[in-house]
Design a protein around this ligand. Structure first.
Ligand code: TRP
Length: 336
């Protein structure tokens, strides 16, 4: 079975451990299977839907996100990494798909709804932002992706894309491929931030980044939210909701040792500094090689941009083929 897989990220900041466990690791695993054809897109057009006034923020993060991709082991000889804005066919497909979706349907998208609230857009929501799920359907269908690995918050985008595929194929001809969402395994989807307040995110300032130095990682772990009632080492402590143990469960490999640490912590007599030191070692085992690869690639940004340029050229060829089929199905390929 051949799979075409498409996924991507908005380039609004560097990627953190939440991205790593929630999606980047899965991509690297998928890439290793030669029957998978993996596309990873830097969604700058989508990022611009709520950053129109500061395009430099979006533009400057393209290299950062690409460095994060290469650092975790995405390999340009196996995976097509590309920039959304360099594929004009996506914009064309978006125009055609908009005619198949009602305003009422777009308004019902719960993720967009809550983003509009969070960003306090109200009636001032940019039209491009409002319809980005339609553009995302174009991202996915341009490559005839059958699998789309994303976070739980992207479920409504997948449903919208599936509806568009169904409507297009029923209205015109069977050209588009039904995309299936692939969601993170339980517990991997929502890594909380180091402060224990909601999920790790740039806006909350509670993240550990793949680009963070060992020194910064150490400081962040040392400031992690544990059990506020665990004041003296001898006090019994709480493991649930204690970020150090939450992270050990996600990143640790020595399950027995972690179980013993939890029991000791619950009994009392185990200090926060000890468990934090252990977590630093656990995280560094994972992060040190990633950081080293990132620094290596960062020495040659032209090379990284060339990887994206080659990826974008390859991606455009595929999208152009789909667009041509789409136009033929619609009967508007006038000169063919
Ligand atoms: N909306 C996705 C996010 O915010 C990014 C994205 C854009 C995407 N286009 C996509 C993800 C297509 C999967 C497929 O994370």
């Amino acid at each position: 079975m051949l799979n075409t897989i498409l996924t991507g990220d908005r380039p609004t900041g560097k990627l953190h451990l939440g991205h790593y466990v929630g999606s980047l690791k899965t991509r690297v695993e998928m890439q290793a299977n030669p029957t998978n054809n993996l596309y990873v897109m830097i969604a700058d057009v989508q990022a611009l839907t709520d950053n129109a006034k500061n395009p430099e923020k979006v533009a400057s993060n393209i290299l950062e996100v690409a460095l994060d991709y290469l650092a975790v082991g995405l390999d340009p000889t196996k995976t097509t990494m590309f920039i959304q804005s360099q594929i004009p066919q996506i914009a064309e497909l978006t125009m055609f798909y908009m005619n198949l979706v009602s305003v009422a349907r777009v308004r019902r998208n719960p993720t967009v709804k809550s983003e509009i609230e969070q960003k306090k857009f109200g009636e001032g929501v940019p039209t491009g932002f409002f319809v980005y799920p339609i553009s995302q359907a174009a991202d996915i269908t341009a490559f005839k992706a059958n699998l789309v690995p994303v976070g739980e918050d992207q479920k409504p985008m997948l449903e919208q894309a599936q509806e568009i595929v169904h409507s297009f194929n029923a209205t015109y001809d069977d050209v588009l491929v039904h995309p299936k969402g692939v969601f993170p395994p339980k517990g991997m989807g929502r890594l909380p931030g180091i402060d224990g307040n909601g999920k790790m995110s740039k806006s909350l300032g509670n993240g550990i980044y793949l680009a963070d130095s060992a020194d910064i990682v150490q400081k962040k772990v040392m400031s992690m939210y544990t059990d506020p009632n665990h004041i003296h080492v001898a006090d019994p402590g709480q493991v649930e909701g204690n970020m150090v143990f939450t992270y050990l469960d996600v990143f640790g490999t020595e399950k027995e040792k972690i179980q013993e640490l939890k029991e000791h912590y619950r009994r009392g007599g185990l200090g926060d500094v000890k468990i934090k030191r252990y977590l630093i070692d656990v995280l560094e085992a994972e992060l040190a090689p990633i950081r080293a690869r990132r620094e290596e690639f960062a020495k040659n940004p032209d090379h990284v941009m060339d990887i994206l340029r080659q990826g974008s050229l390859a991606a455009e060829k595929v999208a152009a083929e789909t667009l041509s089929e789409v136009k033929s199905a619609m009967g508007i390929n006038y000169f063919n």
